[in-house]
Design a protein around this ligand. Structure first.
Ligand code: BGC
Length: 347
């Protein structure tokens, strides 16, 4: 079978490999790959800043955002042939880790976790893959291709959950939400905000392309400058990872605001910031800033529910570039109009 593979950190190695057909271990599902979604993390794995080969292997099967159809399921697996499934990205640390042991591998304490298509485990960019049922998420076939949005939506579901859990520390009745960045994470973040009945504002630098209209169709408000916001957000889902945006936002939030950071943009960037003023603002306003990465099973289930309740035509429009497996490396070159580029594993 064909697979999208790479040696992490060696972009020239990215290509299509012929790999042996996978054979499921006892109890595992055998899955036909349908789509693999692409995001900035894939770019980072290919270009070195992130990612590691599976031990003893000379290539990594790329892609952690998946959608597949079950080809074979053991009788007691809870799955049946034809089910649409998504693979959980992170797997618990094989060394004892109390958070992983409690099913909270997204809060792994010792960093020994593995991640499919990123860190030491093969991903889902192949024509077939196998998976233990406990790490497979059933998605309604009615979602169609939008099922591939389950993994990014799980990351966003965790981010919203973090805001809500922290909100319980005191009286908290958020009205205005700000989402920074209108990529797939930002747009899905905005969707979950609208589903919560909030007045949602989305910031992005693009003035053209599909993003302004996708935000408008959600019933949210699109901005290209924070100066035009017209409100102080009670909750922020930050999805740019850009220091300039992060620290600007922190000075514009309402009292008792919660800002959830989900983006990363490189460790080596420095930026002059008014650190003292930001400190005072955080203290005097009881503001919280929290980082959020990855997702556990509960967040995948929340994601499936949110996607199922969304306008299906809007969701479908997030997937706005398709590349066949034979030329998958094209997804690594970002285009300005990209929202969620996907690799078609059947083509
Ligand atoms: C993935 C997460 C993963 C993170 C860090 C993100 O792109 O969606 O599942 O934990 O990268 O590797």
């Amino acid at each position: 079978m064909k697979a999208a593979t790479v040696v992490p950190g060696r972009p020239e190695s990215a290509g299509v490999s012929d790999l042996p057909e996978p054979s499921p271990d006892a109890g595992e599902l055998l899955v036909d790959g349908l789509l693999a979604g692409s995001c900035a993390t894939d770019h980072d794995v290919v270009h070195a800043s992130h990612g590691a080969l599976p031990p003893g292997q000379d290539r990594l099967v790329l892609f952690h955002e998946s959608l597949g159809r079950v080809r074979h399921a053991p009788a007691i697996s809870g799955f049946a042939e034809g089910d649409h499934v998504v693979g959980v990205v992170r797997r618990p640390d094989p060394e004892p880790c109390p958070a992983c042991a409690a099913g909270q591998w997204d809060f792994c304490l010792n960093g020994g976790y593995t991640e499919c298509g990123i860190k030491e485990l093969h991903g889902f960019g192949s024509q077939r893959w196998t998976i233990e049922p406990r790490f497979a998420i059933k998605v309604p076939a009615s979602l169609g291709d939008a099922g591939v949005l389950t993994e990014p939506a799980s990351v966003v579901a965790k981010a919203w959950e973090q805001a809500e859990l922290i909100g319980r520390r005191a009286y908290y009745a958020p009205r205005h939400a700000l989402v920074t960045g209108a990529g797939a994470i930002g747009l899905l973040g905005a969707l979950l905000g609208v589903q919560r009945g909030l007045d949602v504002h989305v910031l992005d630098r693009m003035t053209e392309g599909p993003k302004p209209e996708l935000v408008r169709r959600l019933g949210a408000t699109y901005h290209t400058s924070l100066d035009d916001l017209g409100c102080e957000p009670d909750v922020v889902i930050e999805a740019t990872g850009a220091g300039e945006v992060v620290f600007d936002v922190l000075r514009r939030t309402a009292r008792n605001a919660i800002t959830v950071l989900t983006g990363i943009a490189g460790h080596d960037r420095t930026l002059p910031i008014p650190a003292g003023a930001i400190n005072d603002e955080l203290v005097l306003d009881n503001d919280v800033v929290v980082g959020s990465v990855n997702a556990n099973l509960r967040h995948y289930q929340l994601a499936v529910r949110a996607l199922a309740e969304a306008d299906q035509s809007w969701l479908g429009d997030l997937i706005n570039r398709r590349v066949p497996l034979s030329s998958w490396t094209d997804v690594l070159t970002r285009q300005d109009t990209d929202v969620k580029p996907v690799v078609d594993l059947r083509a």
